[in-house]
Design a protein around this ligand. Structure first.
Ligand SMILES: NC(=O)c1ccc[n+]([C@@H]2O[C@H](COP(=O)([O-])OP(=O)(O)OC[C@H]3O[C@@H](n4cnc5c(N)ncnc54)[C@H](O)[C@@H]3O)[C@@H](O)[C@H]2O)c1
Ligand SMILES: O=P(O)(O)OC[C@H](O)CO
Length: 329
């Protein structure tokens, strides 16, 4: 495992590529936008998605699938809703034995499938792993310390990849629970929007803590349906990421919710951004699955109603608070 490919050069792909370079890997990042390829190669910065963070000149960018696929393992970092199309495009150039590591956080809205299920359909022969956890791209790119979950069904391969990309400031903890490693990262984005709304409405720190904790209960209930292990949901890729994302406006999801709580519309907010807020997509499918399967997810439902049905934030909050009292667990 000497050569790393990174598929997708948004903020997270770029940060992961810097981690690869720092780990001593010969790293190439594939970008969809020509201007990103040239800005990384010439100015050693991703001016479109990770501005003002200097990148190691050793990091090479390409727009060529064949160059990306001439590597020992590939991190997949496209937005979740574009993962299927992205991997389909990659497939003709991909060696069957190349391990693919899902680093995106979301559930495919059109099918309700986890990204590992999407890969099982599109590239069934490639080994698939998941890398997820509490990690803001800018901090990782600057080399600040973090810890993540690296999940894979083959413990030897998982260990091999952890050893290849791991370093003191980028610590992958291994797991066999590929499902659990994806559920927390996908749903915490929806809950971060909810927390942002609470912050934007100035409902206080107590409300925020209550929402994060009851949000975790929603992750647990949803995870059970997919067969996630509870321990994984309490780990870095679950609770850890929920805490991080709900705590800071560095999160695109949390800050989106905050702006909604402050009275802005989705149209206004999206007009000022070129980055992805996965929760605004994931909420559709989580809401729909929860409704279909009878899973109690009142916070997720509230986010859906506000974002997708245009319900008033004050009215929706009142309805949430007026729900009957029940046992905690
Ligand atoms: N940014 C972070 O701190 C962070 C951390 C962990 C995980 N993630 C996850 O990584 C994934 C990628 O997020 P990001 O922060 O790198 O993205 P970003 O918001 O920085 O950049 C947007 C990305 O979307 C791509 N894109 C836009 N339109 C597209 C299209 N039509 N088809 C394919 N790709 C398109 C762009 O090329 C770019 O790579 C997301 O699932 C996110 O949840 C992000
Ligand atoms: O900026 P966000 O909300 O996409 O969150 C980034 C990461 O997922 C945090 O772990």
């Amino acid at each position: 495992m000497k050569k790393l490919g990174v598929f997708g050069a948004g903020a997270w792909g770029t940060a992961l590529a810097t981690a690869g370079v720092r780990a001593g890997l010969d790293t190439v990042i594939w970008a969809r936008e020509e201007e990103v390829v040239s800005s990384i190669n010439q100015s050693h910065e991703n001016t479109l998605f990770l501005k003002d963070v200097p990148l190691d000149p050793a990091l090479k960018a390409t727009g060529d699938y064949a160059v990306l696929c001439d590597t020992d393992f590939i991190l997949l970092v496209t937005p979740a809703q574009h993962m299927r199309a992205g991997v389909e495009a990659l497939k003709p150039h991909l060696k069957k034995e190349t391990p693919l590591v899902i680093c995106s956080k979301g559930i495919e809205v059109s099918t309700g499938k986890l990204l590992s299920e999407v890969l099982a359909e599109t590239v069934p022969d490639n080994p698939v792993l998941v890398l997820s956890g509490p990690t803001f791209a800018a901090e990782v790119a600057k080399g600040l310390p973090c810890a993540l979950t690296l999940a894979g069904s083959d413990p030897v391969l998982t260990q091999e990849i952890a050893a290849a990309i791991g370093q003191p400031t980028f610590r992958p903890y291994q797991s066999a629970d590929i499902i659990g490693a994806q559920i927390g990262g996908a749903i915490k984005n929806v809950l971060a929007i909810a927390t942002g709304i609470v912050v934007g409405l100035k409902l206080g720190e107590n409300a925020k803590a209550a929402l994060i904790t009851r949000g975790l209960a929603e992750i647990m209930r949803f995870g059970e349906l997919f067969g996630a292990e509870r321990e994984s949901l309490m780990g870095l890729a679950g609770l850890g990421d929920l805490i991080l994302t709900c705590s800071s406006t560095q999160s695109r999801n949390m800050s989106l919710g905050k702006e909604i709580g402050e009275g802005k519309t989705m149209e206004d907010i999206m007009a000022t951004r070129n980055s992805v807020a996965e929760g605004a997509h994931t909420v559709d499918i989580v809401y729909s699955i929860a409704k279909d399967k009878g899973i109690d997810m009142p916070i997720t439902s509230a986010v859906y109603q506000i974002l997708k049905e245009g319900r008033d934030v004050f009215e929706t909050t009142d309805v949430l608070l007026a729900r009957p009292y029940k046992t905690e667990l």
